[in-house]
Design a protein around this ligand. Sequence first.
Ligand SMILES: [Zn+2]
Ligand SMILES: [Zn+2]
Length: 328
Amino acid sequence: MGKELAKQKMEDADEQVPVQDEWGPTISHNKALFEFGDVFFYTVMLTLIFGSLHVYGERVWEHIVTTYSKEAVFFGGSFIVSMGGFWFWVSLTAVLDLYQFPKSFWRYKIQPQKVPDWSWYRKALSNVLMNQFFVNIPVGYGLYHLMQWRGNSMGMDLPTILDLARDSIGFLIVEELGFYYGHRLLHHPKIYKYIHKKHHEFTAPIGIAAIYAHPVEHFIANVAPLVLGPVLMKSHVITLWIWITIGQTNAINSHCGFHLPLFPSPLAHDYHHEVFHVNFGPVGVLDWLHGTGGSREKTAEKKRLREQQAAEKKRQQLAEQGKADKVN
Ligand SMILES: [Zn+2]
Ligand SMILES: [Zn+2]
């Protein structure tokens, strides 16, 4: 029985063995502490959202809340925001992957030896739609009641950039805690192959693979940490929609397989898909705290140090051997 267990354990560990292949030489794979794109991209995105919200938003929003019921506004708005945001970015990444357009972007491919084709998209499509319809919609129903109970605003008043800044602190904390620990749990050798192995079938991820996952994982790691923040912070429903847009954009960018200039860096999560055992968190604070962060450069550096130490040991052994031979 003990032997059986040990064998099972080894098999489970084997499931998470890193994929060895040639490293793409074209771009730097070292995620800097400060990446210009991380700040630039979201600044532009939020400026566009708040700009249009305050130019056209007030009148349009007033019309919407006075014309439709609360339920219709919540469910209709949440459906449009989550589906529209997801498929907008996924269609752009699909054009880049499948038609290699724009060609110049391909110099930024993180794992250039793995070229996505239609079979990758066919593989992901039904699972992604299933997660959107059978996980997102029931969660939306529960979320509506949770927000009613917490007293989240769905009123005429629009959230300001300051409201979003304040709420974002809570969102980021909940997201980092929920995704990091949920994700580490999913990597536990006893449960990995039942749930999270599916998401890791893409060792070089693509945009649509952001939510290619077992429905249990999609709920635990993707949806729950994203929507719990706005419930806890009693955010306005429009702030919830902005946060969903940012969260989905970030998830797709993290899986898109390209480290494009002026876009947030996807290197950490891409490397997680490549080697499995590092970079569990979305922000990086908990990876730093638990020592689970990693990059290609760090791996190469560790390998170099190991080889250097082994060579040094060998040299000492040979020197001692020589001394002993002389004495004899
Ligand atoms: Zn992933
Ligand atoms: Zn993982």
